[in-house]
Ligand binder design. Structure first.
Ligand SMILES: [Mn+2]
Length: 358
């Protein structure tokens, strides 16, 4: 026989979301729910849905989110749902997990390692008991019945020193056929230590510029000792992009917008574009933001002035004088402020020179 597993983690429902205004935060929260509903849909034909920690972003969970979850879990009565609490939603005294009844098919693991024995498999899980639970929960562990299919569910920091540190050697000795992990928000691909397959599936929706690209879950089919299939299934509604755009050869807004639109026109993702390279344009990033498509667009100007400032400071000219003053004051500024000051200064000097020449 084979087991079909949907492995998700780090959903972070009701998340605060960084870098978005209130209206967009609310839209994103609804999108996260729709994404979770897609995970439920994918779980309809699976034996189990695993949620490997951080289902919630924090302990303040809205009533509507709890009702939503209850409704979703009731749509898959034939699928077992196994949940552990992670560092963001630890199983503390006033945790929402304490008083929840999500339904017959849903099991929430407590703060001591627990084994659920089913006819076809055995599954082990353990919840965080505090936000930074430093117990090494897998250390020295091995399964009771190695002949059965054994699944582990851990929110853990592989190779780390905090947040339930786990070593590859612990995984190797565990006897699990599959270890479903949560905590790292990037999919790891399928790994193997000894006879144990293990993976982080990452988060199903990005929540910041450090969580870019496609996000999803793993759909796994396994038998005792081998994995028949392990597919990463993208489920995210929107993606974060954090891109650098070199504007060295660019002389106007149209060209910058065109260069960005080449790749992203009409897309409704969440973008942060950082302009790099050398440019003497005094760039108003607000103008660019308005002209670029997207759910949310941020543009940062990190270009450097296209001049040799040291050389210029030796010149007998208004620009040369300005460059000397700027260099004298350089240590009182950040690199960014210095570049900004130079570009603005040159911009106004040029404007003045053009007026004189007219
Ligand atoms: Mn997380």
């Amino acid at each position: 026989m084979s087991l079909k597993i949907i492995h998700c983690a780090d959903v972070h429902l009701d998340s605060a979301m960084s870098g978005l205004n209130t209206k967009k935060v609310n839209i994103r929260r609804d999108e996260m729910k729709r994404t979770f509903a897609r995970i439920i849909e994918l779980s309809k034909n699976a034996d189990m849905l695993i949620v490997a920690g951080d289902l919630f972003d924090g302990k303040n969970v809205s009533r509507s989110t709890l009702d939503f979850l209850k409704g979703e879990f009731s749509k898959i009565p034939e699928t077992k749902v196994y949940i552990i609490a992670g560092n963001h939603d630890p199983f503390v005294a006033d945790s929402v997990y304490k008083n929840l009844n999500f339904g017959e098919n849903v099991h929430i693991f407590g703060t001591e390692l627990e084994c659920i024995e089913m006819p076809e498999y055995e599954i082990y899980g353990i919840s965080f008991k505090s936000p930074n639970d430093e117990r090494e929960m897998l250390s020295g562990f091995s399964v009771k019945n190695p002949d059965k299919i054994n699944i582990g569910v851990f929110h853990a920091n592989l190779g780390g020193v905090d947040y339930n540190p786990v070593k590859v050697s612990d995984i190797e000795k565990s006897g699990f056929d599959y270890l479903a992990m949560g905590h790292i928000h990037k999919a790891s691909g399928m790994n193997k230590a000894g006879a144990t397959y293990y993976a982080y599936c990452g988060c199903p929706e990005g929540r910041g510029y450090d969580e870019t690209g496609e996000k999803g879950i793993y759909a796994i089919e396994l038998t005792k000792g081998s994995i028949l299939s392990a597919d990463f299934v993208p489920v995210c509604e929107r993606m974060y992009f954090d891109e650098e755009i070199d504007v060295t050869d660019i002389s106007g807004y149209d060209e910058i917008v065109d260069r960005i639109n080449e790749k992203y026109k009409g897309e409704k993702h969440i973008y942060r574009f950082t302009l790099t390279g050398k440019s003497n344009m005094a760039i108003d990033t607000d103008i660019l933001c308005e002209r670029i498509d997207g759910f949310s667009v941020v543009v940062r100007d990190k270009t450097e002035p296209a001049v040799d400032i040291e050389k210029l400071s030796e010149e007998f000219s208004l620009k040369g004088l300005f460059a000397r003053f700027a260099l004298e004051d350089k240590e009182n500024m950040s690199e960014e402020e210095f570049n900004e000051a130079l570009k603005l200064g040159f911009y106004y000097i040029e404007k003045e020179e053009n007026n004189e020449n007219r």
